[in-house]
Design a protein around this ligand. Structure first.
Ligand SMILES: NC(=O)C1=CN([C@@H]2O[C@H](COP(=O)(O)OP(=O)(O)OC[C@H]3O[C@@H](n4cnc5c(N)ncnc54)[C@H](O)[C@@H]3O)[C@@H](O)[C@H]2O)C=CC1
Ligand SMILES: O=C(O)[C@@H]1CCC=N1
Length: 254
């Protein structure tokens, strides 16, 4: 399975690392260097193939464009002229219009991966044009499944799936930081506080997944009547914790 990359910043690098983590050989991963020194460095560190012309992606089953901003439309147009295959974009583009503008033999697919893809624990939301052919859908699913869970969603829902799975990891990181501050304030060593909190989050999420219980049921199992947990829950309500998260998702989704 050969996969190409244009753009090896944060999410491009996470995707490359995820493929390597899944056992894909470095020589199966093609990165466009152009004038981008970071792409050359990533290639040198991981024995990847370096590409200086989009036509060199010819043997790739898919090329991921992991670049943001308005330049993406130009990159996809130029790529479509030099490479005929599946083009995956992490940075947007109008699904229908880009597909219409691409030459025959190329297909455009939108994806929103999250950073845990680099360890195979990611979530990638994907949108295809309606009734996309199986020869496009199947290889895309196969590539992304190497990186974690894959959610195929209509384009109008891609933003919110991407926000919940792709932006919220940063909110969780803030929560880890804040919980660590509180632990340190109360005498826990900083270095010990992080694994303590991270394992707590992991265990809580794994329990919810394993038991198929609603969050309120799981919360109830922790909150002893008159006990310490309910005092913290009431404080979070007083501080508008849940509403803060709802507003954060809404702000990211705009
Ligand atoms: N960071 C994340 O967790 C996620 C990011 N995205 C989206 O993916 C896109 C990229 O995001 P990041 O990786 O975070 O940004 P980034 O700024 O870290 O990476 C972009 C990379 O593209 C390269 N680049 C720019 N123009 C180029 C060109 N013409 N040819 C080749 N390379 C070029 C830059 O050198 C840079 O390394 C954005 O649209 C972002 O919204 C989507 C899902 C998750
Ligand atoms: O912050 C951003 O815009 C991107 C989209 C999903 C995660 N990071």
């Amino acid at each position: 399975m050969k996969v190409g990359f244009i753009g090896t910043g944060k999410i491009g690098t996470a995707l490359v690392k995820g493929l390597l983590h899944a056992g894909i050989a470095g020589q199966e991963i093609f990165v466009y260097a152009g004038g981008h020194e970071s792409a050359r460095q990533l290639a040198a560190q991981n024995d990847l193939q370096v590409v200086n012309d989009y036509a060199e992606f010819a043997t790739c089953q898919a090329v991921v464009v992991a670049v943001g901003g308005p330049i993406i439309e130009t990159i996809i147009k130029e790529l479509g002229q030099r490479y005929h295959g599946i083009i995956l974009s992490t940075g947007g583009g109008d699904l229908t219009k880009v597909n219409q503008d691409l030459p025959a033999g190329s297909s455009f697919v939108k994806i929103v991966p999250n950073t845990p893809v680099q360890i195979g624990e990611g979530i990638t939301a994907v949108s295809f044009v309606p009734n996309e052919q199986a020869e496009v859908v199947e290889p895309v699913k196969a590539i992304l499944a190497l990186l974690g869970e894959v959610y195929i969603v209509p384009e109008k829902l891609l933003g919110i799936y991407g926000t919940v799975a792709g932006c919220a990891p940063a909110y969780v990181d803030l929560m880890i930081e804040a919980l660590s501050d509180a632990a340190v304030q109360n005498g826990v060593n900083r270095a010990e506080s992080y694994p303590l909190i991270e394992k707590m989050l992991l265990g809580t999420a794994k329990l919810a997944l394993a038991e198929h219980k609603l969050p309120e049921e799981l919360k109830d199992e922790v909150t002893t009547p008159g006990g310490s947990t309910i005092r913290g829950v009431v404080k979070l309500e007083e501080m508008n914790f849940r509403n803060a998260l709802i507003q954060a998702i809404n702000a990211s989704a705009k």
